[in-house]
Design a protein around this ligand. Structure first.
Ligand SMILES: Cc1ncc(COP(=O)(O)O)c(C=O)c1O
Length: 438
């Protein structure tokens, strides 16, 4: 059954007349009849143009942490915007947000604000290059760090047949239009592989400006770093004078108030934030050690933008982070997320489907496999995505919306309830039965 009902489809046809493929991001296109269109969203739910309600585990791919249309955040934004929104000048909310980030994130000594995760990773990489005087950056296969040419190589949707040998991966170009010359500026490595990374760094560690890493593979089923892996990255960066960048666009203000660096106890040099810090408003931040951050400035490394630190975004972030600091957000997410992770595991056990549940309650992935995948190559080689997509397809048809393909994890928000979890587990079990033809 197509995802779109009649009204949703009519609306999507209208969109397709004026917007290529009817979407403002390639990732959102799922086919002419199966692309999600949303008329409204509230709490843990989204509604399409036919009035169909879905329990939403996509949550805009991570930003919604307090629930859609959160009244606390919206009221604070409404109050703030009456005093003006964009000044090309430092303003109150911007400073408050920077202060909160420094209070919440163990490795944050100074902060610059931006609007999107892509902007922040671009600025972080330029900062690392400026600071070290080196040009090459190292990223991991399967990681996504945004839409710019520095990093659009071998992301989750890369072609597994075109990435070469794991000991010397070939960078897979994710888009037409990226100049070929950019390839020489990026070194790829398989995630979670100490040996290969150690060898690659021995060969060219002194040419590398930054290692950029998603501490949990947020576009790869929520795969966790193996014990000691992030510590190994820290040590290697110290040894070779490389700037360690945690891209916390997904993990930040989601897996803990202090993100992955609090959760894993490893402190990077710089980290990037977006998504959950503004509960859906477009806001992002670059945070890190003072010594490095102070390289951002006139005559040094450039960072800026007309809308960086604007009132709409920063008032939203101020309210979101303040609410988070009250301690009410994560216990609820942990409770519902843990119920789902355990419940899904139990169902898969009952139906004798070998599996692993990756990630943490706030963002977890379901992987149907006999062996635990540890990197992006394993995800392709070991997991039964076709079966998972059938289960998810059934759930979506019945009003529960994880990401269909299962590469992107389930995201939780503090408005999800145990009743939502019960409905979700029922839909999951019915989906398993349907997929197995029972
Ligand atoms: C880990 C990570 N980094 C960076 C980005 C880019 O963020 P944005 O889409 O806000 O530009 C994303 C987006 O999904 C992401 O998941």
């Amino acid at each position: 059954m197509p995802l779109q009902g009649q009204k949703s489809h009519e609306f999507f046809k209208r969109a397709q007349k004026v917007i290529p493929y009817g979407v403002s991001s390639n990732f959102r296109y799922g086919g002419d009849h199966d692309t999600l269109v949303v008329a409204a969203a509230k709490d843990g739910y989204v509604y399409d143009f036919d009035g169909k309600r879905y329990i939403d585990y996509r949550l805009g791919w991570g930003p919604i942490i307090l629930g859609h249309a959160d009244p606390y955040v919206n009221e604070r934004v409404k109050l703030a915007i009456d005093q003006g929104v964009t000044f090309a000048a430092t303003q109150e909310y911007e400073v408050r947000v920077a202060e909160r980030i420094i209070e919440m994130v163990p490795g944050a000594e100074m902060v610059r604000l931006a609007n999107t995760g892509s902007e922040c990773t671009m600025h972080a990489l330029r900062l690392a290059r400026g600071y070290t005087g080196r040009d090459v950056i190292l990223k991991f296969e399967g990681s996504y760090h945004g839409a710019h040419d520095y990093v659009l190589w071998s992301t989750a949707s890369g072609d597994i047949n075109q990435v070469g040998d794991r000991s010397h991966p070939t960078a897979y170009k994710q888009s037409m239009g990226i100049p070929e010359v950019m390839r020489s500026l990026v070194q790829l490595a398989p995630w979670n592989d100490v040996e290969v990374l150690g060898d690659l760094l021995q060969e060219r560690g002194e040419a590398i400006a930054a290692i950029i890493v998603e501490p949990i593979l947020g576009n790869g089923n929520g795969l966790m770093p193996q014990p000691g892996y992030l510590e190994f990255l820290r040590e290697q960066c110290d040894q070779y004078g490389i700037v360690l960048i945690f891209d916390e666009v997904k993990t930040g203000f989601r897996i803990a108030a202090g993100g992955a660096q609090e959760y894993f106890g490893v402190i990077p040099d710089i980290s990037t934030y977006a998504k959950a810090m503004g509960n859906g408003y477009p806001v992002a931040a670059l945070a890190g050690k003072k010594d490095i951050m102070m390289s951002l400035g006139p005559g040094k490394v450039f960072q800026g933008g007309t809308y960086t630190g604007n009132v709409v975004s920063t008032a939203a972030a101020d309210a979101t982070l303040e609410f988070m600091q009250s301690g009410k957000v994560f216990p609820q997410i942990d409770k519902v997320g843990t119920t789902l992770m355990t419940g899904i595991g139990d169902i898969l056990n009952r139906y004798s489907l070998p599996h692993f549940i990756n990630g943490v309650p706030a963002m977890f992935g379901v992987c149907l496999a006999e062996q635990q995948p540890k990197d992006w190559r394993d995800l392709h080689a070991l997991c039964d995505w076709e079966m998972l997509e059938k289960i998810h397809g059934y759930m979506i048809e019945h009003g529960v919306m994880p990401e269909a393909d299962g590469f992107e994890p389930y995201f939780l928000c503090s408005d999800h309830t145990l009743e939502d979890a019960a409905e979700t587990l029922q839909a999951f079990e019915d989906g398993v039965k349907a997929a197995l033809g029972k």
